[in-house]
Design a protein around this ligand. Structure first.
Ligand code: ATP
Ligand code: 3PG
Length: 395
């Protein structure tokens, strides 16, 4: 396996798979550039070694060519972040990309247009991968956020670079940070799972039950558990077809001696709006027409205590609708408690688009041990699944 630290990039063109799938607002401005900032050291390493960098990524889930998903929206921001003018090819394969790549000089950077404008990317098409590979001398995979996808640019392309493929620094640090949580765990290990994607996350909770000491359930996830235990949840978010899974998890917690912490009180609202009427009530007794949108004070206190006594912390998913100021208190309190634990020596790992957005919003990203660029990829890696983007390099 080649290493980015020792490879001689001089005069070479590196095609780097990055994950620049960043959130954009209506004006196409980047609202969280964590993924771009993370990729800079890899790009600079190539440039400083007298090589040139061809960057390729997807953005969103376009169905064919769609200007809304063009990577041209990030060119200016990227130029500023790298400190080198980024050239842009309005196609990722074809004549323009080929010519621009061929003319690229050492120290220069070229960004290719959205890979997902071609359905061949997600299909893992070999011919498409070959065309991408033809632009460069070596392949660096630095797209941890997309490492769980077996796509042309994340995995299939590897076969065209048997002797010249390597991880970038994002991949290296993501894998070693997660490995640290999984293998070298200081206990107690606490996982905090919140957010809204109950069905995709409840399965990973099942796996986590054999790894964690404490499991804190927050956010929209709460109400599927409360209902499974016979509580009344009003109009709160719930996934009825996961009630049985929730019961299995409760049972597994008992068997594995995992301390499962569920909210006891909730801040409820009569509409999904920052202006809704609110009140605090017992989490098991939410009236019809009301929904739980944040944890309330008693829960915050008990969650805080568990977090602050933990030695390893994994956080995925906010515990309330933190985008609305009136329902952000719980998520802010969790972030603060994680910072306190980290200051006391705990290792804290934060992953998932909205959890990372929350930690950035509160200016606390530098005060936790590791902020992951992965959402789904991080969860799949923790679950113990093989990531195609990792296998493509490591074999
Ligand atoms: N009680 C709740 N009811 C409804 N939505 C909630 C509740 N609590 C949190 N949420 C919402 O959950 C969303 C985030 O959920 P999500 O599962 O996507 O987490 P994430 O951190 O982005 O992880 P990933 O990137 O892996 O998807 C936020 O938009 C937040 O408003
Ligand atoms: O945001 C992500 O999780 C990655 O960029 C992967 O995106 P995808 O879920 O559309 O494949």
């Amino acid at each position: 396996m080649q290493s980015i630290d020792t490879y001689n990039f001089s005069g070479k063109k590196a095609i780097i798979r990055v994950d620049f799938n960043v959130p954009l607002n209506e004006q196409f401005e980047i609202t969280d550039d964590t993924r771009i900032r993370a990729a800079i050291p890899t790009i600079k390493k190539v440039l400083d070694g007298n090589g040139s960098a061809i960057l390729m990524s997807h953005l969103g889930r376009p169905k064919g060519v769609d200007a809304k998903f063009s990577l041209k929206h990030i060119v200016a921001h990227l130029t500023k972040s790298i400190g080198v003018e980024v050239k842009f090819a309005d196609d990722c394969i074809g004549e323009s990309a080929k010519t621009m790549a061929a003319n690229l000089k050492p120290g220069e950077v070229l960004l290719l247009e959205n890979l997902r404008y071609y359905k061949e990317e997600e299909k893992g098409d070999e011919e498409f991968a070959k065309k991408l590979a033809g632009l460069a001398d070596l392949w660096i995979n630095d797209a941890f956020g997309t490492a769980h996808r077996a796509h042309a640019s994340t995995a299939v392309i590897a076969k065209f670079f048997p002797e010249a493929k390597m991880f970038g620094y994002v991949m290296e640090s993501e894998l070693s940070s997660v490995d640290k949580v999984l293998k070298d765990t200081k206990r107690p290990l606490t996982a905090i799972m919140g957010g809204a994607k109950v069905s995709s996350k409840i399965e990973i909770i099942k796996t986590l039950m054999s790894q964690v000491d404490h499991l804190i359930i927050g956010g929209g996830m709460t109400y599927t558990f409360v209902k499974a235990m016979g509580g009344t949840i009003g109009n709160s978010l719930v996934e009825d077809d996961k009630l049985e899974t929730a019961r299995e998890i409760l049972q597994k917690a008992k068997e594995n001696n995992v301390k499962l912490h569920l909210a006891t009180d909730a801040l409820i609202a009569d509409a999904f709006s920052n202006d809704a009427n609110t009140k605090v009530c017992d989490v098991n007794a939410i009236p019809e027409g009301w929904m739980g949108l944040d944890v309330a004070d008693a829960t915050i206190e008990s969650f805080k205590k568990v977090i602050e006594e933990s030695k390893t912390i994994l956080w995925n998913g906010p515990v309330g609708v933190f985008e609305m100021d009136n329902f952000a208190k719980g998520t802010k309190a969790i972030a603060d408690a994680i910072v306190t634990a980290t200051e006391k020596g705990a290792f804290s790992l934060i992953g998932g688009g909205d959890s990372v957005a929350a930690i950035n919003k509160y200016g606390l990203a530098d005060k936790v041990s590791y902020v992951s660029t992965g959402g789904g990829a991080l969860l799949e890696y923790i679950e113990g699944k093989e990531l195609p983007g990792v296998t493509a390099i490591r074999g």
